[in-house]
Write a protein that binds this ligand. Structure first.
Ligand code: ING
Ligand code: ZN
Length: 330
């Protein structure tokens, strides 16, 4: 393990490069890393999960992290890969990393929607580059265009995976139109990607104490619930205190300002999201959603330049370490 694995964290990578990196880590650091698929997508890609942890005991708290649930939000998988590299390769140098890896088990899916991501990478045509959903097979619906014209058939692909979880599924901020960007799917967990998350988290039998999901953009740190205005869990004070502390740590690095609150209060109400499901259904205490750089109200927010990857990763990692500390103290 004396040699670094060649992987440039300051670039956006393909699914294949990501897989190769995870496998290289597993081979180089077998004492602390295991890689396994948690499911298979519509297009046949295996969704990789990397487990990072030493001296496994049953009572170690678990922390879940996912990136890349939305295809166009490229900064998300890039930032999550940075976290992975910190935990794994700084373990021998940095006592903080050693403590985090010895005292917790990290379950990390850096790229939850590889089909959508690869599609988004396949062309700079905005319709393709700005794809959000997965690539589930074509759904066709009859649409009527006018009183005297016959209905025509419209076919569209993809489900918004962050509307497909079982938390007030289909109620608000989502659509039953397969052509919509926020199409929620035919039923909760209709998609292999969301089922993979559900089955893995459920299979840990309450071991996972913290659930972090990474999106872009707008610089918001969200806690539950997102499905309705001014609606909070009973322990909202614990969540908001931790979120504010995390946002403060994040800001301390480069001055990047975050808004803290629920998705409904800070952005818009939307149901069927994974962060809400983790808290509401799975009873995971610390469930947060990050909206990464850049700030709100820019026109090209999904086209974040590669020179932003490392600074975004470094500041966000400060926030994640605060949340991990809090997980250990609970
Ligand atoms: N944002 C989230 C979304 O899925 C969200 C944020 C979730 C807001 C739930 C409110 C409720 O719409 C991104 N990046 O898509
Ligand atoms: Zn998103």
């Amino acid at each position: 393990p004396e040699n670094r694995i060649a992987f440039n964290l300051a670039k956006y990578h393909s699914f294949a490069e990501t897989i190769n990196y995870l496998n290289a880590l597993a081979i180089t650091y077998p004492d602390r890393v295991h890689v396994m698929p948690i499911g298979i997508t519509h297009e046949g890609r295996q969704i990789p999960l990397i487990k990072i942890g030493t001296r496994s005991r049953a009572d170690k708290p678990g922390i879940w992290i996912d990136g890349g649930i939305h295809a166009r939000e490229w900064i998300s998988p890039a930032v999550v890969l940075y976290f992975i590299s910190q935990l794994v390769t700084e373990y021998d140098r940095d006592p903080t990393m050693r403590n985090l890896v010895d005292s917790m088990d990290w379950y990390i899916v850096p790229l939850l929607n590889p089909d959508g991501y690869e599609y988004s990478r396949s062309s700079s045509d905005v319709e393709v580059r700005l794809w959000r959903k997965n690539r589930s097979p074509t759904m066709c619906t009859q649409v009527s265009t006018g009183l005297f014209s016959p209905p025509t058939t419209q076919c569209c692909q993809g489900v918004d995976l962050n509307r497909n979880f079982d938390w007030f599924f289909g109620q608000v901020g989502s659509s039953t139109d397969p052509c919509s960007e926020i199409y929620n799917g035919r039923f909760a967990f209709s998609e292999p990607e969301t089922r993979s998350v559900r089955d893995f988290v459920t299979g840990q039998n309450g071991k996972i104490k913290t659930f972090l999901t990474f999106h872009s953009y707008s610089q918001i740190l969200m806690y539950p619930f997102g499905h309705q205005l001014r609606t909070y869990p009973n322990d909202v004070n614990d969540l908001s205190a931790t979120a504010n502390k995390a946002a403060q740590a994040l800001q301390s690095m480069y001055g990047t300002k975050y808004t803290v609150g629920t998705g409904a209060d800070t952005l818009y109400p939307a149901s069927g999201g994974s962060e809400d499901w983790a808290k509401g259904q799975m009873n995971i205490k610390y469930s947060f959603l990050f909206e990464l750089r850049p700030e709100d109200n820019v026109w090209d927010g999904f086209l974040l330049a590669e020179n932003q990857i490392i600074p975004t990763s470094r500041e966000t990692w400060e926030a994640v370490k605060i949340i991990a500390d809090q997980t250990l103290q609970t």
